[in-house]
Ligand binder design. Structure first.
Ligand SMILES: *[C@@H]1O[C@H](CO)[C@@H](O)[C@H](O)[C@H]1NC(C)=O
Ligand SMILES: *[C@@H]1O[C@H](CO)[C@@H](O)[C@H](O)[C@H]1NC(C)=O
Ligand SMILES: *[C@@H]1O[C@H](CO)[C@@H](O)[C@H](O)[C@H]1NC(C)=O
Ligand SMILES: *[C@@H]1O[C@H](CO)[C@@H](O)[C@H](O)[C@H]1NC(C)=O
Length: 378
């Protein structure tokens, strides 16, 4: 879904923002020598909320545009403000993404004020270095929500399929998000046909999500490809609700099953031995309802490890599922290390899952798992 029409005054502001970006190097390319830092830092996840207001009051004419302030005083990065009622640069998130020029080479922060944004959002591959930043003061109040499901049809009659259901799709690299909620409101029950419904699909490389809520039912988070860092995120669903073939570290996250009866947390798609991918959950809390598995072997060489985590009584004794293909039992790496809680009891576990030793767990525990030294400076 594309951005809705802007009001005339906002259209004018859009023009102004683009002009501002253009004259300050955002449209320039690498051979002119201006290039964004090729890493993600805390700075990329924040806007100076107070500075913003002061500047906008100075610039503004005292009317309802008090939020307008397209440049962040702190680090010179651009800020585009999204506000539902027209007090920012765009009334939709997609409208703000559309304002970023193609071949973008500098960090652009899209500051999304509290509200429920009912839209689908796509960050195209041509627009790296984009941050979605919600209000730190009203965490949980900035929600991007949609409700496509796999069995929905295009006007030509063909089904859209799981991948196209995502409320937010990120195709570009160096994406960051914080203090926002991304939701797909479709509710699936196991055994349903066509109710797969993703909230977030992330295909770009080198992304960090900090304190983001990702809500759905079946196939909530399509963690598809690239290296990603999820820190203190809340992820909810029931069947395969974290799936894909990315190499991701989930640290200090709260993973909640909302299954009524059964389901599965992670479905990893590593299909060949030489693929350097996997999901590592470290110091997470696993909780919720129903009886779910820790993971399923969607790919022949699926790799999923839980370490230092608290696992409540929501895990089936067997713990893991080989997708009804016993050939995968000897190929997958499904590991647990130093977990606590009733759900961490390995007495009934499938024998082909592993209790890892400290040495075996070590490569999964820290930032080195996602080569963080190459793209994160936190
Ligand atoms: C139907 O439309 C979608 C979206 O435009 C397109 O991707 C798909 O290929 C089309 N399917 C057929 C059978 O034409
Ligand atoms: C583990 O996660 C909790 C909850 O997010 C956090 O308070 C704590 O500092 C983390 N511990 C370590 C060792 O990272
Ligand atoms: C989960 O499994 C246990 C043990 O098999 C069973 O007693 C319980 O009813 C199940 N819970 C749900 C919500 O299906
Ligand atoms: C085991 O996990 C706990 C909880 O996260 C952590 O505090 C502790 O350091 C871990 N122990 C080892 C040996 O890794």
């Amino acid at each position: 879904m594309k951005a809705k029409a802007f009001t005339p005054s906002v259209s004018f502001l859009c023009f102004w923002v683009l002009l501002g970006l253009g004259t300050s190097g955002l449209l320039q390319n690498d051979d002119i020598g201006i290039e964004s830092a090729r890493y993600i830092s805390w700075e990329d996840l924040s806007v100076a909320e107070d500075v913003r207001r002061e500047r906008s009051l100075k610039h503004g004419n005292g009317d309802s545009r008090e939020y307008l302030a397209p440049s962040n005083a702190e680090d010179g990065s651009r800020v585009i403000v999204v506000e539902k009622n027209g007090r920012g640069d765009s009334v939709t998130v997609q409208g703000a993404v559309d304002m970023v020029p193609d071949s973008n080479s500098q960090r652009v922060k899209i500051y999304i004020l509290p509200g429920i944004y009912r839209e689908k959002v796509n960050v195209p591959i041509t627009k790296p270095y984009i941050s979605f930043i919600g209000s730190q003061k009203y965490v949980g109040k900035t929600v991007i929500s949609w409700s496509d499901k796999a069995s929905d049809r295009y006007s030509n009659g063909s089904e859209i399929g799981t991948y196209r259901t995502a409320t937010v799709t990120v195709d570009s690299d160096f994406f960051c998000a914080t203090a926002i909620t991304i939701q797909n409101t479709v509710v699936a029950v196991p055994g349903d046909q066509g109710n797969q419904a993703a909230a977030l699909r992330i295909k770009g490389d080198k992304a960090m999500l900090y304190s983001v809520r990702i809500l759905g039912s079946q196939d909530t988070l399509d963690d598809e490809s690239g290296s990603h860092y999820f820190l203190k995120c809340y992820i909810e669903g029931n069947v395969d609700f974290i799936f894909g073939n990315a190499k991701s570290l989930y640290r200090d996250c709260y993973i909640r099953s909302n299954a009524k009866r059964f389901g599965s947390i992670a479905a990893h798609h590593r299909d060949r031995e030489n693929e350097d991918t996997g999901f590592s959950f470290v110091n997470c809390t696993i909780s919720g309802t129903g009886n779910v598995t820790l993971g399923r072997a969607w790919g022949n060489y699926a790799r999923i490890v839980y370490s230092n985590s608290y696992i409540a009584d929501v895990i089936t004794p067997a713990g893991w599922d080989d997708w009804s293909d016993p050939a995968r039992d000897s190929e997958v790496l499904f590991g647990e290390y130093n977990c606590t809680g009733k759900g961490a009891d390995r007495t009934g576990r499938v024998p082909w899952s592993k209790s890892l030793t400290q040495d075996e767990a070590k490569p999964f525990l820290g930032m080195e798992f996602i080569s963080g030294d190459q793209w994160l400076r936190l």
